[in-house]
Design a binder for this molecule. Structure first.
Ligand code: MG
Length: 384
């Protein structure tokens, strides 16, 4: 089998459409077509202009070989991270979809087999409608009533401008802000009880000293994890926080390839890993990261803000690793999210994804819906 064409479509994300998503279709000389998604699709055409010729004519089943080829061919062109890895992640997913269709097996099986048939999902709820703790509690109860057994809130909601104002720079936490965050989390924990997992995200907003103060103030509410309290590239700060807080620290959504994970894992600078393989290197890279984590007794809660295509791709990986807790779902407020794919089954049901039995990803794109949201597509993407 040989790759004959790489077709692409850039779309707005599910309504209300705040992001740009990219879809990849790999055509082959055997009439099989592989589907993938780039979670961050900026630069798609520029990157493909460089790496496309490496892939056309190649055997798509040689995923490890192609992954190395692209890494080495782009090493002078920023290939260690950023847009090159973002775009490669979507292409690599499409290679796995092709491999599954070729061998007649779900991706999870090709990755070594399923540790579980259903993958647990946590709902990212962002924040209450207002700053009032009761509003946060109400939103938490709403998600738990939908069947989710794990939820997440953004502790830095005020920094992100959820309640007016714009995104503010990283800064110290004042006492009134700290008090407000603690009361919001207290209200949520009281609303959901002790058995629902509660994750808390900080989006790299704080200084080390404040992250430590905040983390310890939250310890009585037993968070599942305390995510990205300090800048993403500062492993030293992360390690310091990890060593001085009584809550499990977590990071990873902005790391590229397994190479970025080595120092973090070896330094034991985190307690939980949150890679996003639809932007951080693809599924094979994810398997390797999960293996490294497993050797260091670190579990995974992968970051995920993708369409059902990228979400299911990551779910296959989550099924195929032993050290898994829960996968993120970022689109609880996007009622048309499911429409990216065809089929009448819910991707997420009662807080879980059941891994499809069909070969590859197990889903196909809903062209009618994707066309509606498309900003730009290459010739041939839509097979009318
Ligand atoms: Mg996050």
């Amino acid at each position: 089998m040989k790759i004959t064409a790489i077709e692409t479509a850039l779309t707005r994300s599910a309504p209300p459409g705040r992001r740009v998503w990219g879809f990849i279709r790999l055509k082959t000389d055997e009439e099989l077509v592989g589907l993938g998604q780039c979670q961050v699709a900026r630069g798609l055409h520029d990157v493909l202009d460089w790496i496309g010729p490496l892939l056309i004519g190649a055997n798509p089943l040689e995923i490890e070989v192609l992954s190395h080829r692209v890494y080495h061919a782009t090493s002078y062109q920023g290939g260690q991270g950023g847009w090159v890895v973002h775009i490669w992640s979507g292409i690599e997913t499409a290679l796995w979809d092709l491999a599954g269709k070729y061998y007649g097996a779900p991706i999870a099986q090709l990755l070594g087999g399923k540790f579980r048939d259903k993958v647990r999902i946590y709902a990212d709820l962002h924040a209450g409608e207002t700053r009032e703790p009761a509003s946060w509690a109400e939103r938490a109860r709403w998600a738990v009533d939908k069947g989710f057994t794990a939820i997440k809130f953004d502790l830095d909601a005020y920094v992100k401008g959820f309640y007016g104002g714009g995104w503010e720079d990283r800064r110290p936490i004042s006492n009134p802000e700290l008090y407000e965050m603690v009361e919001q989390v207290r209200a949520v924990r009281e609303a959901i009880g002790p058995t629902i997992d509660l994750a808390l995200d900080c989006h790299w907003s704080y200084t080390t000293v404040d992250a430590i103060r905040l983390g310890n103030a939250l310890a009585p509410f037993d968070p599942l994890f305390f995510e990205d309290p300090v800048p993403p590239e500062d492993f030293g700060a992360m390690k310091e926080v990890t060593e001085h807080v009584a809550v499990p620290t977590c990071t990873g959504e902005s790391l590229f390839t397994r190479r970025a994970w080595v120092p973090l894992i070896e330094a034991r600078a985190i307690k939980i890993a949150a890679p996003d393989l639809m932007k951080g290197g693809g599924l094979l890279e994810g398997k390797k990261i999960a293996d490294m984590c497993e050797l260091h007794a670190i579990p995974l809660c992968p970051h995920n803000t993708s369409t059902p295509v990228g979400t299911l791709a990551q779910a296959h990986l989550c099924a195929a690793i032993p050290n898994f807790i829960a996968l993120e779902f970022h689109s609880i407020d996007e009622p048309r999210w499911q429409e990216f794919i065809v089929g009448d089954w819910p991707v997420i049901e009662e807080g879980y994804i059941t891994i499809p039995e069909a070969p590859g990803l197990g889903v196909e794109l809903n062209d009618d819906f994707v066309k509606e949201l498309t900003i730009e597509a290459s010739a041939g993407f839509y097979m009318d």
